[in-house]
Each structure stands twice: as structure tokens, then as C-alpha cells.
Write a protein that binds this ligand. Structure first.
Ligand SMILES: NC(=O)NC(NC(N)=O)C(=O)[O-]
Length: 346
């Protein structure tokens, strides 16, 4: 059975800015592979001087007591709903048991400092299978900045996915911000088609480096148009939007439109409560467009329609939180802090 949490953003992903800060060993395969956003790859014929080449993190065969570990700084702090320890292609060398701990650290700790922070178990030592996306649900609802994966006693893991909700530090939600950005807490809630790549990609930090880093649907053959719906990081009013079709040369939409809703006033399912933010507007391939928005734009959700289909590399919605929304964001962040959140590395 697939757990629902796998639909939530991967807080560890390199696409969101995660980093594998440290590992006790990585002789066979480097730790940074753990958070690569793409699916693991395997070439049965590829060998290096140290052995078989794996797209994952792999430690040597352990000859003493103990176990191996790797520490990941999450790309965005958040509440973890579940983790996936994917042992894809590790068949005779996967770890039979894994556990995951988490920590909440305000600041930028060194590797030495990380060893001494308070780690909380979020996945008890549990069995893992080889060549399998092993899923573990997490019930703790505190906000974490780091996780530590332990494997028993040693072995290889292709990917570590840490699915959850971003809980942005409200001190950085002031002024004009991207209300849609995943790093601020914006997330995809619905879409018509993610055949080649999900629209969740278009709210990731930075600019896409190629078409694979954006949203690409399939060619639409049966009428209608494709769409994606996002929850904003927090309720706010948008002043301008950036619609980037970079790298979509033969498959950009012909036109796009944006609509929004404020679920503080109406139900998400109330079709009549959605209002136009940007009317149907022609867009060009491989172009970063900016459009000013007018009128009352206060909203909690945004819907992007592309006509008839086609991809985007990024979508940005710049504006400000209103006072009520800023207070709520602050309270949510405060409520999610574990009692022993530490300030380290400042
Ligand atoms: N064939 C292997 O994968 N062997 C070993 N691993 C690598 N990467 O060569 C091992 O002993 O776990």
C-alpha cells in the first residue's frame, strides 16, 4: 500500500536545497546521491576501481561492531509525515534495518556541533528490503531542520525522501516574498497531468537548468486544457507574477491564465468564488514573462491554466502576507517547535 505522505514535498531533496552534511563512511558510493531528485539509475556494466558503481550512498562491509549513518540538512525546515528509504538496485548489499532521527537547530551548525545536538527518533529501528522503496510513516508533528539516517550494520541506500510540510520561519516571510515558493510553504494540491514531470517543480528555488526541472504534461489530444492548483505559503495579496517558459521551446503553452480564491471567505470547491488574477494571455516559448496584477488579489490558493497544454519551468507570485496571515504563520511555526530546539552555529 502506498502511504499518502509520498504526495507531500520531499524536504530533503536537492531541488529544495537539501544537503547531505556528513556520513561516517561512503567508500563505495557518495552520500550526496541520497537526495538527488531524479529516480535512481543503474548500469549493470559500470565498474570503478572500488567496485560496482551505484547511484546511491554505500558504505564498505563493516568488520567491527556499530552501524553507519548519514546526516541531511533539509532544504526547508518542516513537519515530517513519512520517510522513504529507497534501496533501488541494492540487492545483495542493502541494510536489513534502518532508523531515522531528527533535530531542530536554529543556525548553521558545523559537523562537530551536529554530533552533539539533541536527536529525536522519528522512525524506530525497522526492517528494510532490498531494491524497494521502503516507506515509514512518522507521527511526531514537530518541525525539524535535520535528519540522521542510520543503517544496520552497513550497506547501500539509493535515495532518502523526507516527505512533509514546510514550516517557514516567519521572520523571513516579511516584505515582498514569493507567496507560492515551496521554500516558504507553498505546495501543489491538484493538477490535470504530470506525465513527464510534476507541476510541483515550478515552485522550487532558483531557475530551472533544463526542461526536466519544470512541469511537463503530455500532448493533449481530447480537448480541454491542463491546469495546476497550489496552496499559497500563507494568505496574501499578490502584486506581480513571473511565468517562465525557459527551455520549453517546442512545448510551451500558447496561452496561460491565473485565477485565485480566498478560502477564509469561501469553500475551495465553490467554483463561483474563484476570481481572475491574470486573464488568458499569450506567452512565448523559452521566455521569462512578468505581468503586473491589479485590484484586490487577497488569496489562499492559485490556479494556473495552460492552453491547450504545455510546460513551464517556474511560476512566481510576488506579494505580501496580510497582518492576520502573518500572525497565524508565526503561531504555527511557534507551535511546531520542539521544546528543546537549539541555537547552534551562530
Ligand atoms: N557487487 C557489489 O555490489 N559489491 C559490493 N559493492 C560495490 N559497490 O561494489 C559490496 O560488497 O557490497
Amino acid at each position: 500500500m502506498t502511504n499518502q505522505f509520498t504526495g507531500l514535498p520531499d524536504l530533503a531533496s536537492r531541488a529544495l536545497g537539501g544537503s547531505v552534511s556528513a556520513a561516517n563512511d561512503e567508500l563505495f558510493a557518495q552520500r550526496e546521491n541520497l537526495i538527488r531528485p531524479e529516480a535512481p539509475f543503474f548500469d549493470p556494466n559500470e565498474f570503478g576501481h572500488k567496485g560496482k558503481v551505484y547511484d546511491g550512498w554505500e558504505t564498505r562491509r563493516r568488520r567491527e561492531e556499530g552501524h553507519d549513518w548519514a546526516i541531511v540538512r533539509l532544504g526547508a525546515a518542516g513537519i515530517v509525515h513519512g520517510v522513504v528509504v529507497d534501496t533501488a538496485y541494492f540487492k545483495g548489499n542493502y541494510p536489513p534495518f534502518v532508523s531515522v532521527e531528527a533535530a531542530s537547530i536554529d543556525g548553521y551548525p558545523s559537523i562537530d556541533e551536529l554530533e552533539n545536538v539533541q536527536w529525536h527518533t522519528i522512525v524506530e529501528k525497522s526492517p528494510a528490503e532490498g531494491h524497494t522503496a521502503n516507506e515509514y510513516a512518522v507521527t511526531d508533528r514537530h518541525c525539524w531542520t535535520h535528519v540522521r539516517l542510520s543503517i544496520y550494520p552497513d550497506g547501500g541506500v539509493a535515495r532518502l525522501r523526507v516527505h512533509g510540510e514546510v514550516v517557514a520561519d516567519p521572520r523571513f516571510l516579511s516584505g515582498t516574498i514569493d507567496l507560492l515558493a515551496a521554500e516558504n510553504g507553498g505546495h501543489l494540491t491538484d493538477c490535470s497531468d504530470a506525465f513527464y514531470a510534476s507541476p510541483a517543480n515550478i515552485i522550487m528555488p532558483g531557475r530551472a537548468r533544463n526542461m526536466g526541472e519544470g512541469w511537463e504534461n503530455s500532448r493533449r489530444r481530447n480537448g480541454g486544457n491542463d491546469f495546476a492548483v497550489f496552496a499559497l505559503a500563507a494568505a496574501g495579496s499578490a502584486r506581480y507574477v513571473e511565468i517562465d517558459t525557459s527551455y520549453y521551446v517546442g512545448n510551451a503553452p500558447g496561452w496561460v491564465s491565473l485565477s485565485a480564491i480566498d478560502t477564509r471567505k469561501s469553500d475551495l470547491a465553490d467554483a463561483a468564488a474563484w476570481f481572475d488574477l491574470l486573464p488568458r494571455t499569450a506567452v512565448q516559448p523559452d521566455t521569462r514573462h512578468r505581468f503586473l496584477l491589479e485590484g484586490d488579489t487577497a488569496a489562499t490558493h492559485l490556479r494556473l491554466d495552460v492552453y491547450p497544454d504545455g510546460g513551464l519551468s517556474r511560476l512566481r507570485l510576488f506579494g505580501e502576507l496580510d497582518a492576520e496571515s502573518a500572525t497565524q504563520a508565526y503561531q504555527r511555526w511557534l507551535d511546531a517547535q520542539p521544546g528543546d530546539a537549539e541555537a547552534v552555529g551562530r
